[in-house]
Ligand binder design. Structure first.
Ligand code: P6P
Length: 342
């Protein structure tokens, strides 16, 4: 081609990336890729609404509270419905669970097991209370295969959903920030895409992201510090010493945004048990688990202070957990303070 002809940069869309990943698994039927494309469609719709929140009537309270007693935002319900519809159209998702739904929901009554193969759990719009002040928010998702053996043990249809995080087939998040970025893993590394709104496609930004072994910041709501476990208080005091750096404090108050920074820059995010949330505030199934899967795939770690997050088996859909996630060096340092306090 002559030199003076502009050639578009070679870009890879998320659909192409997912298909390429699928080709690594000869047994893959394409149904999983089809499901992931349902999530990327929902992400584009939610992004369009988040970006116009001040213009269209989607700001503010929806006038109802969720199962956790939290005031639902209009965008929470819009995001929830969008994901439910986009997954329903895929025809292979048996059940969903969401922060905004009290109970698990059957969305496909297909005839064959292939029709009803997957379970998707998600937080449709994490950090939504920040929307009104234009702070980044996000969607977090996690995909499992159904486990009929669990269903047989209980008449609760949600039993199949209560699987440990190590069973996740895929996990990811979309952060609606200065740009809309989707990060996902299927267990083959962590990959990041940026939404190009001019063409409505997620374009590959980085493949196989590695979390730095050590970072320069810690991320925690220090307003709760007086009720943190003593070991956590000592760790944070250490972070402020010349010996440690000191570390910078960075806290946005949206899990997805705070974790996205930790994934790319390293460091540590902490949401410990507090007086107000004695079991931690974050939910195991659709917040801690997907974040932990991504962190470990990128070379980081995630625990509840004692146990690896991915090895915890949920006892209920909306179970909460303390969450410590980040670079190996900070996680090891925290572990030493916890061991010394034991
Ligand atoms: P706090 C948002 O409400 C959220 O669920 C997470 O996104 C975030 O990490 C956490 O709560 C913030 O909680 O108590 O610091 O406001």
């Amino acid at each position: 081609m002559s030199d003076n002809v502009a050639t578009p940069n070679r870009f890879v869309t998320i659909q192409e990336h997912i298909i390429n990943e699928q080709r690594q698994h000869p047994a893959a039927t394409g149904g999983f890729s089809w499901l992931l494309s349902g999530i990327t469609l929902a992400a584009r719709i939610i992004s369009a609404n988040v970006r116009r929140a001040g213009i269209i009537d989607v700001l503010g309270d929806a006038g109802a509270a969720n199962v956790h007693g939290e005031q639902q935002q209009k965008l929470d319900l819009l995001a929830n419905k969008t994901i439910e519809l986009c997954l329903g159209y895929r025809g292979n998702v048996a059940m969903i669970a969401s922060e905004e739904l009290d109970e698990a929901k059957v969305i496909t009554r297909g005839e064959t097991e292939e029709d009803r193969k997957y379970i998707v759990v998600f937080d449709p719009l994490d950090g939504s209370s920040n929307i009104d002040v234009n702070v980044s928010v996000g969607t977090i998702f996690s995909i499992f295969q159904r486990d009929p053996a669990l269903a047989k043990k209980s008449d609760d249809q949600a039993a199949e959903i209560l699987q440990p995080g190590i069973k996740q087939l895929a996990a990811g998040y979309i952060v609606y920030g200065s740009s809309t970025v989707l990060v996902y893993t299927t267990g083959e590394g962590v990959h990041m895409f940026t939404l190009d709104p001019s063409v409505g496609a997620f374009i590959l930004h980085s493949e196989d992201i590695r979390m730095p072994e050590k970072g320069k910041s810690y991320s925690v709501n220090e307003g709760n510090a007086n009720s943190f476990p003593r070991a956590v208080q000592k760790f944070l005091e250490w972070c402020k010493t010349e010996e440690a750096g000191p570390y910078s404090a960075r806290y946005i108050g949206s899990l997805v945004a705070d974790f996205h920074r930790t994934l790319l820059k390293g460091g540590i995010f902490l949401y410990p048990a507090t007086a107000k949330s004695p079991n931690g505030k974050l939910r195991l199934l659709y917040e801690a688990n997907p974040i932990a899967f991504l962190a470990e795939q990128a070379g980081g770690e995630a625990t509840d202070g004692q146990t690896r997050i991915l090895e915890k088996t949920p006892k209920s859909l909306h179970e909460r957990t303390p969450l410590f996630v980040g670079s190996k060096q900070e996680m090891e340092r925290l572990r030493r303070f916890i061991r010394d306090e034991a």
